[in-house]
Design a protein around this ligand. Sequence first.
Ligand code: PLP
Length: 396
Amino acid sequence: MRVYLDNNATTIVDPQVKNAMEPFISQYYGNPNSLHAFASDTHIDLNNGLEKIYAGIHAPKQDSVIVTSCATESNNWVLKSIYFEYILSGRKNHIIISEVEHPSIIATARFLESLGAKITYLPINSEGLIETQTLIDNLTDKTALVSIMWANNETGAIFPVEEMATICKEKGVLFHTDAVQAIGKIKIDMKDNDIDYLTFSAHKFHGPKGVGGLFMRKGKELTPLFHGGEQMGGYRSGTLNVPGIVGMGKAMELAVDAIDFDMPDVKELRDHLEDELLKIKDTFVVTPRKKRTDNTMLISFRGVEGESMLWDLNKAGIAASTGSACASVDLESNPVMEAIGAEADLAHTAIRFSLSRFTTKEEIDYTIGVVNEAVTRLREISSSYAYTPKNHNSQL
Ligand code: PLP
């Protein structure tokens, strides 16, 4: 059996999304900016795709949704743009992010730090959550931007971004959120919050890879990173990715519908998996269920190296993760486990299971069996496990 439980890394393209995109790969391949029928053949579906993206996040018409190649691009763009607009010009010099942002935010912030920007990395608490007060304590009159993710990719922890955005607005500070792990899991209404910029990526919600987006509130600034054309209002030049935009629109529509129709079932399966795995001694889950997305679980089995567990799971056809996808090749401990201050031996044992609306009960039951066998086998050969206290804890 093959079981895919790594949906926070990427997701299968929904067959309806694939069907919507197909004509724009093989039949209607014109460049939408050309002046002939091959171009105009694409216009209606292109606009429909964009409208579905606006509708999915309830973006007001006067605001902009700019299609990018991925969330990494959107995240880099916001931070670098703030550097160009505020820091380089000397207007302000400070950016606040959290210490558990995706590497596309953290690495960009470090790069800007090397160019002279002042960066504050907000800590998370032992539940993997960010407290609003820590943001308030760190805002200064030099702060240009706060960038906090809506939901964490490792734990699923949901951060109070709407509250934080309002605090920032009152202080005249711009607010960006990386909503990559929130689309299709949390209802997003950009008509009803103070967020200035919002990042998303189609392949995290059953759309194609290579297409993402950046919402920008009207009147806010963004320095184009790519020059050379008039696409996307001149903000992002480059021939429009027609199949990508059509696909992302369809995927967004389906993902938003799924919040009411499919996510309750996903939650039930995730909770079943979690309940069964927590019956194994010395097993811990990060972040209380009510405070995280319904598809995600970061779980630690004391004495079981995460990579060894992944090996056993992979042999049995099950895909999970020990950290963000890009970090999985180097044997580092999970960054969130480090940030919550977990003991070193636990930080190396974290495994992330992330489900989707395509996950089945049969797959979850199979996974429960395989994990139980793997924990028994790996603890038998573990040099550290015998010496640790055998508690029956569920929460770190
Ligand atoms: N932000 C978060 C929270 C993510 O989980 C990821 C991917 O893992 C990204 C950004 C990067 O997304 P993309 O692959 O579209 O660049």
